[in-house]
Ligand binder design. Structure first.
Ligand SMILES: C[S@@+](CC[C@H](N)C(=O)[O-])C[C@H]1O[C@@H](n2cnc3c(N)ncnc32)[C@H](O)[C@@H]1O
Length: 388
């Protein structure tokens, strides 16, 4: 069976995320990349396993099953009384504009009617229905969502099996009790993608040593990953705790564990350090303090000072990790780049990680970045692996 995964705007980051999560649920698979529109996954695994993969992902808008050329895709709906269906057209697809798309929907409707199946369809003027409409109209439950996209120089047709749960991201972003804007907050989707890049399964344990109001902790907790958070700021510790308690109550989750405590990574208390060294954690995901949100380019001197600050946090963190008992451990970290009048300034990871760490980014071919064209601070994501 061939499945398709439709990435968001950052193809390389999404691809790295999919490559980190797929092997956790699916044994045998081969991938085919048709950048920037789609990634095909060929596998004999169960559809339910692929669904579990998709539901974890932050960087994909949808996924589904490719309809092969001889496929009778309407056959399963011919014995229904009433069907609601939708059609999505991704990117520039020759021969499809709004009016030809509507004609295509009318053809399907006629076909269903010829078999005594009543139908209602939805086709957006933008040619892609919003996830909210798909959810509200229960299109996947009451019928089907057909997706058309160009890849490998030809038209591909697919039956959607899931669209991104935008409301769940929005809820973690806006409904939680506390957000600490002063310190900078990670977008929930990026936090989800970073947690996934660590390749952890439910019931493993993740540490965020700069947890702030807990964006990373929440995304991991939501997936059943036990979380440990620490921060220099007691207010941040309280906010993270309150946010996790809120999520645990909202989801009725009593089995996933969490612990949040105060810790200055530059001057760790020897008792806490001892506990951390004995703790069995399986992965680390974090964003260090990178300065206040910036609206205009940053002077070179200021950028150098901010980078020195980030470097000292990482030197201290990797010193702790160096002496911890870790096996098959991934650390997913953010290294900032600052836009200065003389160009971008950043740090080299080899300035703070020892030789026992491998930088996994190399296998994905391009830098993993989260930024927009007008960003002043760019987030570079590094996945580092320590094997014993
Ligand atoms: C960019 S914020 C993290 C935001 C977090 N990812 C979120 O989305 O809520 C960086 C955090 O690092 C913490 N921090 C700064 N210096 C620290 C230190 N020496 N030890 C531990 N935490 C520190 C700050 O208090 C701040 O909460």
């Amino acid at each position: 069976m061939t499945y398709y995964f439709l990435p968001g705007r950052l193809f390389t980051l999404s691809k790295a995320e999919l490559l980190s999560v797929l092997p956790l649920y699916v044994k045998d698979f081969t991938l085919e990349y048709a950048a920037p529109s789609v990634i095909f996954v060929k596998t004999n695994s169960l559809e339910a396993d692929l669904k579990q993969v998709f539901e974890r992902l932050g960087g994909f808008l949808g996924f589904g099953k490719v309809i092969d050329e001889n496929g009778q895709f309407l056959a399963p709906f011919m014995d229904k009384e009433k069907v609601t269906f939708g059609v999505n057209v991704y990117g520039k697809v020759d021969g499809f504009d709004y009016s030809s798309g509507k004609k295509f929907c009318e053809e399907i409707k006629k076909n269903l009617k010829a078999n005594n199946v009543a139908s209602k369809y939805l086709f957006a003027t933008s040619m892609v229905l919003s996830a909210i409409v798909v959810e509200k109209e229960k299109i996947l439950e009451r019928g089907f969502l057909m997706e058309i996209f160009k890849a490998n120089g030809k038209l591909n047709y697919g039956m959607s099996l899931g669209v991104q749960d935008i409301e769940s991201f929005a809820s973690l972003e806006y409904d939680k009790p506390y957000t600490d804007k002063r310190m900078g907050v990670l977008p929930a989707k990026l936090a989800r993608m970073m947690v996934n890049l660590a390749g952890l399964k439910p019931n493993q344990t993740l540490w965020d040593p700069f947890c702030g109001s807990g964006t990373i902790l929440l995304e991991a907790f939501k997936q059943g990953i036990h979380v440990i958070g620490s921060d220099i700021d007691s207010k941040a510790v309280r906010m993270s705790e309150a946010n996790i308690e809120w999520l645990a109550a909202k989801e009725g989750n009593k089995s996933t564990k969490y612990k949040v405590f105060k810790m200055d990574i530059l001057k760790p208390d020897s008792h806490i350090l001892g506990l951390l060294r004995k703790t069995d954690f399986d992965g680390l995901v974090c964003e260090p303090y990178m300065g206040p949100p910036a609206l205009e380019t940053i002077g070179e001197k200021r950028a150098r000072a901010l980078l020195e600050g980030v470097k000292s946090l990482y030197v201290a963190l990797f010193e702790i990790l160096e002496h911890s008992k870790l096996s098959n451990f991934n650390a997913v970290i953010i290294v900032p780049s600052y836009r200065t009048p003389r160009g971008w300034m950043t740090l080299s990871v080899s300035d703070f990680v020892g030789k026992r760490w491998t930088i996994l980014n190399k296998k994905w071919g391009e830098p993993l970045q989260w930024s927009r064209s007008d960003s002043i601070i760019r987030r570079n994501i590094f996945v580092l692996s320590k094997r014993n």
